[in-house]
Design a protein around this ligand. Structure first.
Ligand SMILES: [Zn+2]
Ligand SMILES: [Zn+2]
Ligand SMILES: [Zn+2]
Ligand SMILES: [Zn+2]
Length: 551
């Protein structure tokens, strides 16, 4: 183990012996940035939710895209980008040793067309990104295999769910976070295999519960106490009566959660790992929202990876990846963004089926390519070695793309979710900023405070009205599928736009920072790493003590 000082934030960070072995295996050098600053660089390459309308630079038709009309790149709609109307290899560039690698990479970026949205095989789901195999979905992000889902992030195999996050294999859910296999649940967190829950936390195999926590196999309960069916239904309709009664219940639930004993981390079936919101992971540190990982560290939003480090949004059994933002399958991937079904690539962006690539953009199939130019194998290896020797003299050798070549501004990219900065501060640190964000203001036809309290007072005329977010004053609309859902679930209309609702949900989850703490149960000396900060009022127990608190 050794300690280094981060070249960006100047904080001390640890490089473990296991990490050094990994860097050796990956034929790279140890990082000069701390795990947090490494992740920040990767996040600069991901605009997940800011969508624009602009025309495709090839067919000129209007499209929904991640790139603003004033973005410096050529942007194609999905149909054009995948077509034979253009050839990524026509941008082949000879390497020039009188310039730095990143100078040449930046020049290539301004020429090669980019894919407008990262959305694949979706049906009637134009307003989605980081999405695949979805049907009739709207404003869902980093999500796949869903049907009729709206306004959510990280949904997998869900049906008719609205305003949810990190939800798997569930149906008819609203405002649920970190749940699996739930049916008709609302305002629920960390529940599994359950039905008809309202304002519940950490239940398993339960049904018809309100304000229940830490329960297993319970039913018809309020505050973990059993009631008759009639009493239960009475309480339920009281809560769901109107907007105001739901807001009151939200506050009660927040207080209840605060008093509830919690496990130090949301980890199930994990062995020898640190991190949070993880399932079935073995051997590694700092894993977040990661499932079925083996021998991986410093990961976020990944599924089934092995022998990898520093990866985000990394799915479909990838292996030996280092510093990756966005990959499906693949092996031996380094310092790249959105590389799909590719092997042995480095400094590549938005490439498919590429083997042995260095500094390539928007390649759809290729072998032994440098700056989009194909080479013979021997020639490729020789040239790549020469470039690496040149790069060793530059400060960022072996590190992820520097922020100067990130394709998005600070406030468009996901970095702003985790490390928010003001415009002034972002500009001062050398980042770009987008002033013309999408959306309108002052166009509302229903003023703040004038939205009917109950869904019973609303009909389809609402689809023509323009609402206003009570928090950020941005205008928003209600879509037909959404109205149908609210009617079906007897829910009032929201008073905030999608983005503010999303931010509210994210605030209910812990951040990606670990603290050494000990179990708060009297006389227990067990220690652990947790995302619950010492200055919060949460009651945190170790695994053993927590299990004794389960009903
Ligand atoms: Zn740092
Ligand atoms: Zn087009
Ligand atoms: Zn808002
Ligand atoms: Zn304990």
């Amino acid at each position: 183990m050794r300690k280094e000082t981060c070249k960006t934030c100047e904080k001390e960070f640890v490089i473990r012996d296991e990490d050094l072995i990994f860097y050796e295996q990956m034929k790279t050098v140890p990082p000069i940035y701390c795990p947090e600053c490494r992740m920040a660089r990767r996040l600069m390459f991901r605009n997940e939710r800011i969508l624009y309308k602009r025309s495709c630079d090839l067919c000129k038709e209007n499209m929904i895209t991640l790139y603003s009309p004033d973005s410096p790149y050529k942007v194609y709609c999905s149909k054009c980008w995948w077509s034979d109307e253009w050839d990524p290899k026509s941008f082949a560039t000879d390497y020039d040793f009188s310039k730095t690698f990143f100078e040449q990479y930046k020049e290539l970026q301004t020429k090669v067309p980019r894919l407008g949205l990262a959305a694949f095989k979706n049906i009637r789901s134009d307003y989605t990104n980081g999405s695949a195999e979805n049907k009739d979905c709207y404003l869902i992000f980093a999500s796949d295999y869903n049907e009729d889902c709206l306004y959510s992030r990280l949904l997998q195999r869900d049906k008719q769910c609205v305003d949810c996050a990190f939800l798997h294999e569930s149906e008819l859910c609203y405002e649920c976070i970190d749940c699996r296999k739930c049916f008709r649940c609302m305002f629920v967190e960390q529940c599994q295999d359950s039905t008809d829950l309202l304002f519940c936390y950490n239940l398993r195999n339960s049904n018809n519960c309100i304000f229940c926590t830490n329960g297993r196999n319970i039913s018809n309960s309020i505050l973990n106490i059993k009631y008759s069916k009639e009493e239960f239904e009475k309480k339920k309709s009281e809560i769901l009566k109107n907007y105001e009664s739901i807001e009151k219940a939200k506050k009660e639930f927040a207080e209840l959660k605060n008093k509830t004993i919690k496990k130090f981390a949301t980890q199930t079936k994990c062995h020898n790992v640190t991190g949070d919101y993880i399932h079935n992971c073995y051997d590694g540190v700092e894993l977040y929202d990661t499932y079925d990982a083996k021998n991986c560290s410093y990961m976020k939003d990944t599924e089934k990876p092995t022998d990898s480090q520093d990866c985000n949004n990394y799915y479909y059994k990838p292996q030996f990846g280092y510093n990756i933002m966005g990959a499906l399958e693949g092996s031996r991937l380094k310092n790249s963004a959105f590389v799909f079904y590719s092997n042995e690539v480095e400094y590549c962006d938005m490439c498919y089926n590429l083997s042995n690539g260095f500094g390539c953009i928007s390649v759809r199939k290729g072998n032994y390519m440098i700056l989009n130019k194909e080479h013979e194998r021997e020639e490729y290896l020789k040239l790549k070695e020469k470039i690496e020797n040149q790069m060793k003299r530059e400060k960022d050798f072996g590190q992820f793309f520097p922020p100067e070549v990130a394709p998005f501004t600070y406030n468009e990219s996901l970095i702003n979710d985790f490390f928010p900065l003001s415009k002034e501060e972002a500009l001062k640190r050398g980042y770009r900023w987008q002033d013309k964000t999408t959306g309108t203001f002052d166009k509302e036809t229903i003023k703040k405070g004038e939205v009917p309290d109950s869904i019973n007072d609303i009909d389809e005329k609402i689809l023509n009205e323009i609402l206003v977010c009570e928090e950020c004053n941005k205008n928003f609309k209600i879509i037909e599928a959404e109205l149908t859902f609210y009617k079906k679930m007897n829910l009032p209309l929201p008073h905030k736009d999608f983005e503010c609702r999303h931010q509210d949900r994210m605030k209910k989850r812990n951040g990606m920072k670990l603290y050494y703490r000990s179990c708060m149960k009297e006389d227990c000396k067990n220690e652990f790493e947790t995302t619950y900060a010492p200055d919060t009022s949460d009651i945190i127990y170790c695994e053993n003590c927590y299990q004794q608190e389960i009903y």
